[in-house]
Design a protein around this ligand. Structure first.
Ligand code: ADP
Ligand code: MG
Length: 671
C-alpha cells in the first residue's frame, strides 16, 4: 500500500520519542518533511587523496595505516590518532569518543577518513572525521555521492543518512507529476549534474507554489473590508509647511501612491523600500495623518526599543503641533504605565501608538485601528505572522524596509504586496568615504579620531559583542569602551548596548544627540533608527563578522548631516575571501541595491530576508542565491496558470509542496 506522505515520521523503523523530538527541532514531523529535508551538498568519496597532497582547508577522503593513538589534554580531553601513508602523517582528532572507539584504533590497522584538513602548528590534522577501520588494505573505494544534511545537535550525519535511506524503501504515491521520485533521487544521486538539474526543477516548483500562495493571500485580503480614507482636512499640508526640509521627488511619489491606496476600502498592503537615510519615516507620518483625519488610529511597529523611542520623538515633533497624541508601548515599561497606556489606546485618546513586539499582545485593544505601519520589516523575519487585536475593519498596512531587495526577487517574494521605492536620497547628503583597516592599525585610527572630535564632530565605535567571549575572538564593546576612554581622556565617551535598561539607553542616546558625549561605543543596537547628523565617523570592529546589509545599515548612521563622513571597517587579520569581498564591496559602493545584489551572491538571501535572525528557513529546496534567475519563469508560469483558471487554482501540478506552503502558513506578515 502506498505510504501517506503526511504520516508521522515516527512510522519509520528506529525512530523513538527522543529522536522524534530531535527531528522536530529541524521541522521534521511528517514523512514528507524528512523527504524534503534535502542535502545541502554531497561528499565526493570516489577519490582518495594522498596525504602529501593535502592542503589546509581541503575537505578530503584519505587512507592510511594507524601509527599510534593517545589521549591529549589541551582544551578539554581529546583522542589523537596518528596515521601515515608512507609519504606524510596526519593526526585525526576526536573530542567526543568512547572506550570502544578508542580500542578500535589499533596500531597497524588500515583506516579511511573523510573530513576537513587543518594545520596545527606544522602538523596536518583532521578534527572529527568520519572514518572506517579495516584489518587489511581495503579495495578501491566505490564511487559514491554521500549526502550532507543540515542537522542539529544530537543528530549525526550517519543517523540522518540511515533515515533517508529508509525512505527509499517506502512505496511513495506514483501519480504523474508528483515530485517524490525526484526528491528520493536527491537523497542518493549517482550523477552530480543530474542532481543539480532535478534540484533546479524542484526549486522552480517550490517557488511557484510560494508565488501562488502569495497571490491567493492577496486575493483573500482584497476581499476584506478596510476603512476608506479619502482626502480630508489638509492636515498634511500643515505638516509639509512645518517641515524643516523639502520632500524629495521620490518621497512625494511614494506618499501619493500610499494615500491613493488608502482612499479605498480595500485593505492596502504596500511595501516601501528605501535605502538607509532615504527618509521613510516621514512617509509613514503622512499616512498616519490621513487615518487620524478620519478619527482613526495608527500603530507603528519597530523591531527594537531604541528605534521605537526614536520614532516616538520624531512623530511627536511632527504631529503634536497638529494636535495629535502619540504614545509609546514597549515591553520594558512598568506595569503601571503600560496599563495606563493600554487604557488610552482602548479609549481612543491617543491616535498614534508606537511600539515593539509588545503591540502584538492580546491585551492591546485598539479603539479604531485603520492603519498599521511596520518599520524595518526585514528585522521581524519575513515569515513572522503578526496579529494585531483590532475590532471591526481590517487595517491597511504599510511595510517599510531599508533592505533593497533585487527586483527579480521582489516580484516573487513580495508577490502579495504592492511595492514603492524611495530611490533618491535627500539633497545635500555628502557621500561617505569608506576605508578598511586591519585591527593592528587601531592606534592610528584613534589618533585620527582625536583630531576630528577636537573639531566638534561626533563618532560611533561599533562592536559585535557586548563583553569578551571565550569562543569568539573579537573586541567587545566593554573592552573598546575602556580602551577608548583611556586613549581619548579629553573627550566624553558613552557606552550603549542591548542589555542596558530601556531608560538608560534613552538617556545615553539623548545625551549623545545633544552633544554631551563625543564618542558612542555601541553594539549593533545602533543599526537602525539612530539619527544624529553631527556624528560623522563610524568605526566598526570585526566588520568581517557582519553581513553586507548590516554593515551598510550601520554605515548609514553617518552621512546624515552636511559634513563629509567616513566609515572605517576594522577587520581581524586573516579574514576569509568572502569576508574580503564583502568589505571591498562596501568600500566601492554606497548603493544599497548594488550591495543587496552582492550580498545575495556572497551569502545567500538569509540576511536579506531576515530569516537568519529569526531562525526560520524560508525555502526547503530553492536557494535564492542560486535560483534568483528562475524568478521571471516563476512569474510567467504562474500567471499563465492562474489566468487559465482564475477562479480556482485546482489542477495545478504543484503537488504536495503547495500544501506544505499553505499548511505551514509561513508566508508574510498578515495582520
Ligand atoms: P530611513 O529611510 O533610513 O528610515 P529616516 O526617515 O530616518 O530615514 O530619515 C533620515 C533623516 O533624514 C532624518 O533626520 C529625517 O528627518 C531626514 N530627512 C527625511 N527626508 C528628508 C528630506 N527630504 N530632506 C532632508 N532631510 C530629510
Ligand atoms: Mg528608518
Amino acid at each position: 500500500m502506498a505510504v501517506d506522505p503526511e504520516g508521522s515520521v515516527a512510522k519509520l523503523k528506529g525512530i523513538g520519542p527522543k529522536l522524534q523530538e530531535t527531528l522536530g527541532r529541524l521541522g521534521i514531523f511528517r514523512l514528507l518533511d524528512l523527504l524534503i529535508h534535502l542535502p545541502t551538498r554531497y561528499q565526493d568519496r570516489s577519490q582518495l587523496i594522498p596525504l602529501g597532497e593535502l592542503r589546509s582547508g581541503d575537505e578530503a577522503f584519505v587512507e592510511g595505516v594507524i601509527l599510534g593513538s593517545k589521549i591529549t589534554f589541551g582544551r578539554g580531553r581529546g583522542l589523537e590518532v596518528l596515521i601515515g601513508d608512507g609519504q606524510r602523517e596526519l593526526r585525526l582528532r576526536f573530542f567526543h569518543f568512547n572506550k570502544g572507539q578508542q580500542r578500535a584504533f589499533e596500531d597497524g590497522k588500515h583506516i579511511r577518513a573523510f573530513g576537513s584538513v587543518t594545520f596545527i602548528g606544522r602538523h596536518l590534522a583532521m578534527a572529527h572525521p568520519e572514518y572506517q577501520v579495516f584489518d587489511a588494505p581495503p579495495g578501491p573505494p566505490k564511487p559514491e555521492l554521500i549526502p550532507v544534511y543540515p542537522t542539529t545537535q544530537g543528530l549525526s550525519q550517519a543517523r540522518l543518512r540511515t533515515l533517508t535511506k529508509a525512505l527509499q524503501q517506502l512505496d511513495w504515491p506514483k501519480a504523474p507529476g508528483t515530485p517524490f521520485e525526484k526528491l528520493l533521487y536527491l537523497h542518493r544521486p549517482d550523477d552530480l549534474a543530474r542532481a543539480e538539474e532535478i534540484s533546479e526543477a524542484l526549486a522552480l516548483d517550490e517557488l511557484c507554489a510560494y508565488y501562488v500562495v502569495m497571490k491567493r493571500r492577496a486575493l483573500k485580503r482584497r476581499k476584506q473590508q478596510a476603512i476608506a480614507l479619502p482626502q480630508k482636512d489638509g492636515l498634511d499640508r500643515t505638516l509639509r509647511d512645518n517641515l524643516a526640509f523639502e520632500l524629495t521627488d521620490a518621497q512625494r511619489r511614494v506618499i501619493r501612491e500610499t494615500l491613493t491606496d488608502l482612499e479605498n476600502d480595500v485593505p492596502m498592503l504596500r511595501l516601501v523600500q528605501g535605502d538607509v537615510g532615504s527618509g521613510k519615516t516621514i512617509v509613514a507620518a503622512f499616512a498616519a495623518i490621513r487615518a487620524i483625519e478620519h478619527g482613526c488610529q495608527t500603530a507603528v511597529m519597530a523591531p527594537t526599543e531604541l528605534l521605537a523611542e526614536q520614532h516616538q520623538l520624531n512623530f511627536q515633533q511632527w504631529l503634536e503641533p497638529l494636535g495629535i497624541q502619540v504614545a509609546l508601548l514597549t515591553g520594558q515599561m512598568t506595569a503601571k504605565s503600560q496599563r495606563e497606556t493600554l487604557q488610552r489606546i482602548a479609549s481612543g485618546e491617543v491616535q498614534v501608538i508606537i511600539g515593539t513586539h509588545a503591540l502584538f499582545q492580546d491585551k492591546v485593544v485598539f479603539h479604531k485601528l485603520a492603519l498599521a505601519i511596520i518599520d524595518e520589516q526585514h528585522r521581524f523575519g519575513v515569515h513572522q505572522r503578526m496579529a494585531l487585536q483590532h475590532k471591526g475593519a481590517y487595517p491597511h498596512q504599510l511595510v517599510m524596509t531599508a533592505t533593497p531587495i533585487p527586483r527579480t526577487l521582489t516580484m516573487t517574494l513580495y508577490a502579495d504586496m504592492d511595492v514603492s521605492a524611495i530611490d533618491e536620497l535627500p539633497k545635500g547628503r555628502r557621500p561617505i568615504t569608506t576605508h578598511t583597516a586591519a585591527q593592528p592599525k587601531r592606534p592610528e585610527l584613534i589618533e585620527r579620531l582625536r583630531k576630528i572630535l577636537a573639531q566638534g564632530q561626533q563618532a560611533y565605535w561599533v562592536c559585535t559583542l557586548i563583553e569578551p567571549s571565550e569562543e569568539i575572538e573579537a573586541l567587545s564593546a566593554e573592552e573598546a569602551f575602556d580602551l577608548l576612554r583611556r586613549d581619548l581622556p579629553e573627550f566624553r565617551v558613552a557606552l550603549l548596548h542591548g542589555r542596558m535598561k530601556g531608560d538608560e539607553k534613552v538617556e545615553v542616546m539623548r545625551a549623545f544627540k545633544a552633544g554631551e558625549y563625543q564618542l558612542l561605543v555601541a553594539t549593533t543596537v545602533v543599526e537602525v533608527g539612530v539619527d544624529v547628523p553631527n556624528a560623522t565617523q563610524m568605526f566598526i570592529e570585526n566588520a568581517e563578522r557582519l553581513g553586507l546589509a548590516q554593515l551598510h545599515q550601520l554605515r548609514g548612521r553617518v552621512g546624515r548631516g552636511s559634513k563629509a563622513s567616513r566609515c572605517f571597517l576594522l577587520f581581524k587579520p586573516g579574514v576569509s575571501q568572502a569576508g574580503q569581498h564583502r568589505l571591498n564591496a562596501l568600500r566601492q559602493s554606497q548603493d544599497g541595491f548594488y550591495l543587496a545584489e552582492q550580498d545575495l551572491k556572497l551569502r545567500g538571501p538569509g540576511d536579506i530576508l531576515g530569516t537568519r535572525q529569526s531562525g526560520e528557513q524560508s525555502f526547503k529546496i530553492a536557494d535564492l542565491s542560486e535560483h534568483a534567475h528562475l524568478m521571471p519563469r516563476v512569474v510567467q508560469r504562474c500567471e499563465t496558470m492562474m489566468n487559465a483558471a482564475p477562479a480556482s487554482n485546482d489542477g495545478i501540478y504543484l503537488t504536495g509542496l503547495l500544501n506544505t506552503w499553505a499548511a505551514s502558513d509561513n508566508a508574510h506578515l498578515s495582520v
